[in-house]
Design a protein. Sequence first.
Length: 213
Amino acid sequence: MKLMFLGAPGAGKGTQAEKVSAKYCIPSISTGAILREAMSTGTELGVKAKSFVEKGALVPDEVVIGIIKERLAQDDCSNGFILDGFPRTVAQAEALDAMGIKMDLVISIEVSDDDIVKRMSRRRLCEKCGASYHVIHIPTKVEGICDACGGNLITRKDDKPEVVLDRLSTYHKQTEPLKDFYAAKNLLVLVEGNKSIDSITNTIYSKIDSVRG
Ligand code: AP5
């Protein structure tokens, strides 16, 4: 299965991709997570990406296309994968086509801008292992401490309300046109993202199972 999650920043792509990855035993590939890891270790890629990510802009197409080409060539992708946060522009989607990759299903998680802004201010991330939490919907057992590894929880720099508004504007201008791109290929399904996490997961499983036959 080759699956793709589309949706605004904070729509729940990473949350759902993690569940789908565990259920169907395919890796979830998040360009955002790869960029954050590179930024925290200060690699050349991280230095290049930092200024774009922190102001809510997209990292240049050629950089993320290079990341994805390299990642998809790894052995664990041979039985399928989930793309979370890639492609984000029509040029990136065309690059995926040019690599000969045919997606089986593209799931767009739909949440209104107002709900996104509220949600993002409550997201917390483990600075050590990257696990994602939400103060109300996915709280940790001990406040401020990651359940998985004991690391400290932080707020992502790009989750500040003013940056979230820029990310939303970038999404509407540059990424939302991908819905038409994949609808034209009969691959797109829309999923209402303002419900409980579990009910969205169940809807997504049923969409995937109907494609798997
Ligand atoms: P990236 O990390 O991909 O950020 P994003 O798309 O903006 O998405 P998020 O990770 O913020 O949100 P999500 O949809 O995964 O939601 P989540 O599940 O965490 O990218 C970051 C940056 O990197 C970009 O801005 C860009 O600069 C750069 N970048 C990345 N890919 C790129 C590309 N291809 N091209 C160019 N640049 C690129 O959920 C959010 C919160 O809500 C969590 O706290 C979660 O617990 C909670 N939550 C989830 N579901 C629900 C629910 N149903 N109800 C209530 N709360 C919920």
